[in-house]
Design a binder for this molecule. Sequence first.
Ligand SMILES: [Zn+2]
Length: 211
Amino acid sequence: MNFPQSLIDGYQTFRKEQYEPLAKRYATFAEGQNPDTLVIACADSRVDPTTIFTAGPGEIFVMRNVAALVPPYQPDGGLHGASAGLEFAVTALNVSNIVVMGHGLCGGVNACLSKTEGSSAGEFIDPWVELAAPARAAVNRELPDGNPEQRQRLGEYRTIQVSLDNIRTFPFVANRLEKGDLSLFGVWYSVYEGDLRLLDPDTGDFNLLDA
Ligand SMILES: [Zn+2]
């Protein structure tokens, strides 16, 4: 069993082209991290927040999972990875911004939208993407006769809003929002066109950002 050569090559390029020119900056990382923004994104390999935002190491705190989902606040002793990451970013790092980043062609959103009686995307995927059930309900309500592409896009938009709604249920988030110490944003990235759209919380529209 060999460690993948593509990873070895990539590491060697990183070491030479990125680490060495910035070695002094990397040395400051021993003192800790101080990112100002938490980005919650999908694990999809085509949607890398540090690439899309041209962020260097130490600049944004990134949490990725299937469909960029965050569950609601649920202090039940369960294993809540997304909630733990959110808690750390907000209470320990004191980030000022939280950005939920959804994307086009999201398989996780599709799994939730296309869920039918007896179908399964996977033992762990099914209950996880079911967190986006309110987004599925919104699509069925707003676009009952939409074509699959329109329904998928709206599902991606509404899933971002579901995560934002759930994030607001965490007391440490609500507390900071009330004090004006934290801002929440939703963005959608289009995978092959490279477009980024920003959620207008008043209208629910996702408006194209200037490129
Ligand atoms: Zn995705």
